[in-house]
Write a protein that binds this ligand. Sequence first.
Ligand code: RCB
Length: 450
Amino acid sequence: MFKFASLLAFLSVLPSISYAQSQVYGQCGGIQWGGPTTCVSGSVCTYVNDYYSQCLPGSATSSTSTRSTTSSTSTRTTTSTTTTGTGPTSTPAAGNPFVGYDVFLNPYYAAEVKAAAAAMTDSSLAAKAASVANIPSFFWLDTVSKVPTLGTFLSNATALQTSSGKKQIVPIVVYDLPDRDCAAKASNGEFSIANGGQANYYNYIDQIVAQIKQYPNVRVVAVIEPDSLANLVTNLNVAKCANAQTTYKTCVTYALQQLASVGVYMYMDAGHAGWLGWPANIQPAASLFASMYKSANSSPFVRGLATNVANYNALSAASPDPITQGNSNYDELHYIQALGPMLASAGFPAQFVVDQGRSGQQNLRNQWGDWCNIKGAGFGTRPTTSTPSSLIDAIVWVKPGGESDGTSNSSSPRFDSTCSLSDATQPAPEAGTWFQTYFETLVSKANPSL
Ligand code: RCB
């Protein structure tokens, strides 16, 4: 508890210890902003939206047409349908969006990792732990309040691209649907369908789009809404999922269309081999993903699907884990090689990214459906575009290893009993918050080792 409290304190002062004044393109104001409100000389603090003011060089009005200081409402009207080929991002570069780009290191995760390493007494483990800060992972926009931070990271990535001469790709997870995580409880979100959730979600997407528009020179790649469409394939018997079906589809369509309009490369979340890879699930899954792609006007920015997000499956298992019995798609490679052609036949030429962040150790679970803070897990294969299939663009780390999958505290409103099963590490904090002992195990069990 003490360590966690100090980590929070450390993270909360980070913006203010970084700069006395904000750099050019840095944040200088907005709701919940605790950093500097003045800019280095040669730049002016300029209002972008209620959540974000930014240091822009010289006078803000002299900037390019792509840099908008208008409200997100007017932006939405102009971008609600597909592009007509006029903007610089309307036609994506052909091929794998990761090739030729350095993946921007998420400073939020790096700060968590550095603080965690500093709290370790074993110096050899601490050194290995600290090295994780240099491995790219995705930044989860799991609340609307994190969106301004995306602006800061895009600003940092733009500056790094200029100073290093290396093109930057910034990886994010779009994860704030109303009635989120409809079949489980651990990751229930801030918006509810019954209480204006769809409008809140549109506003969340509009804010993300507004940030991305400010930084047209860096590339953004997004995983879209983990678990959501997978739940519509297998969990319509759960009342909350059945009730959410239309809203999920409408909101995901909005996200795909709006993010495509600003050139974000997207992978819709597609569960994993042990979820949608089962014979009864895989064809309905292919049909749903293809229909979502079409609802986004078959935009080439909807590049494909992400699998194994926040799960523990191997990409290519040396031998099938006994819990996979009955499913010939016993690892992610088999799942992707089965799903890819079905998608192609349905008109969606999908490519894949696969999360391997916590897949270093195998045969850990009692049942394949167990997903919460699995005991004995280790960091897995490092992110790379060197993959075993032409269908796979990249191996990635989507789930930031060390952030909890869900609380084991049975009195929490977000308690899910999966997090108190015998193969779940306990006691565990709330989903998304730092879990120091779990991180230590991931480090010590990393495969390849750190
Ligand atoms: C999510 O949970 C599980 O898959 C299949 O049925 C069978 N057979 C959490 O909700 C996933 O493994 C089910 O159709 C049918 O013939 C999220 O909060 C599990 O991963 C399938 O639905 C036939 O032998 C969490 O973030 C997922 C089920 C046969 C996320 O996991 C859960 O579905 C599978 O069984 C066997 C992280 O990944 C949702 O309901 C389990 O094996 C099974």
